[in-house]
Design a protein around this ligand. Structure first.
Ligand SMILES: C[S@@+](CC[C@H](N)C(=O)[O-])C[C@H]1O[C@@H](n2cnc3c(N)ncnc32)[C@H](O)[C@@H]1O
Ligand SMILES: Nc1nc2[nH]cc(C(=O)O)c2c(=O)[nH]1
Ligand code: SF4
Ligand SMILES: [Mg+2]
Length: 239
């Protein structure tokens, strides 16, 4: 079995974002990313600061750890990162989870294709807007969405910080009209430890994003969401 670089395994918690928001789930967070988003709330997966915590684990070892942490209190596992789509070995984990009767979700930015994406139950593609400093390769994203289209397992989620990001989100939604589309509030204070103040601030940002969506003629068949876990637990890790 091939090994997977794992940074954290936690839960059960709720999926705080996107297409299955509120779903009780475990998280497996992999190390390494091909992007370097300016506002990444999980930069410890790629900036070197979490290096000592990386464990190379087989799918079997990840399963054992999921059970050690979550017991029998879960039937859904979300694989995030970093970018899990850098890792071909995730395919073995997805297969194993399905043999155990566990549903799977994936968080990725849509920069890399893996065949095992076809087997994911709830797949979120989150292309990055201008504020991230990253540039979307639309050839790659077009191909990923084309291959996933028959599966009906995919949604798009764009994080928005400013007007230029909202325009980018509008472009993504109009390019892939048939893919369920989510707008997500950007957290612009990823170091705050004052959860009450942060929550107040992010609810204000949520209202701004809702107002922009209400006013837009291009954003009708969309859903607008905050990061629910951040409203509950602030910038705490492992929740
Ligand atoms: C940490 S990323 C890991 C998965 C993958 N690399 C990706 O970006 O989709 C998981 C989700 O968190 C979002 N995210 C990261 N930093 C954020 C922030 N400061 N505010 C809101 N969402 C953020 C990303 O856009 C992505 O949708
Ligand atoms: N509760 C919770 N929901 C999440 N949805 C996406 C997350 C991620 O970091 O990928 C995340 C996370 O870290 N925690
Ligand atoms: S793609 Fe995801 S994990 Fe990578 S830097 Fe951007 S938000 Fe962070
Ligand atoms: Mg997160």
């Amino acid at each position: 079995m091939n090994s997977i670089p794992v940074l954290e395994i936690f839960g059960p918690t709720i999926q705080g974002e996107g297409m299955v928001v509120g779903r009780k789930t475990m998280f497996v967070r992999t190390a390494g990313c091909d992007y370097r988003c300016s506002w990444c709330d999980s930069a410890f997966t790629w900036d070197g600061s979490g290096k000592a915590d990386i464990q190379k684990m087989t799918a079997d070892e990840i399963w054992d750890q999921l059970v050690a942490v979550g017991g029998e209190r879960f039937d859904h596992v979300t694989i995030s990162g970093g970018n899990p789509a850098l890792l071909s070995a995730i395919g073995e984990l997805v297969q194993l989870l399905h043999t155990k009767g566990i549903q799977t979700a994936l968080e990725t930015q849509g920069s890399r294709w893996q065949p095992w994406m076809l087997d994911i139950d709830d797949l979120t593609l989150s292309p990055k807007p201008p504020s991230s400093g990253m540039k979307t390769n639309f050839n790659v994203l077009d191909q990923i969405i084309e291959q996933l289209r028959p599966q009906n397992n995919t949604s798009l989620k764009v994080v928005v910080f400013d007007d230029a990001d909202f325009e980018y989100a509008t472009d993504i939604h109009s390019r892939y009209k048939d893919v369920p589309f989510f707008l997500q509030v950007g957290n612009d204070d990823i170091t705050s430890t004052d959860t009450v103040a942060l929550t107040q601030h992010l609810l204000g940002r949520y209202e701004w994003l809702v107002d922009k969506t209400i006013a837009s003629t291009a954003m009708n068949n969309v859903r607008v969401l905050p990061q629910v876990h951040t409203l509950l637990w602030g910038n705490k890790r492992g929740v």
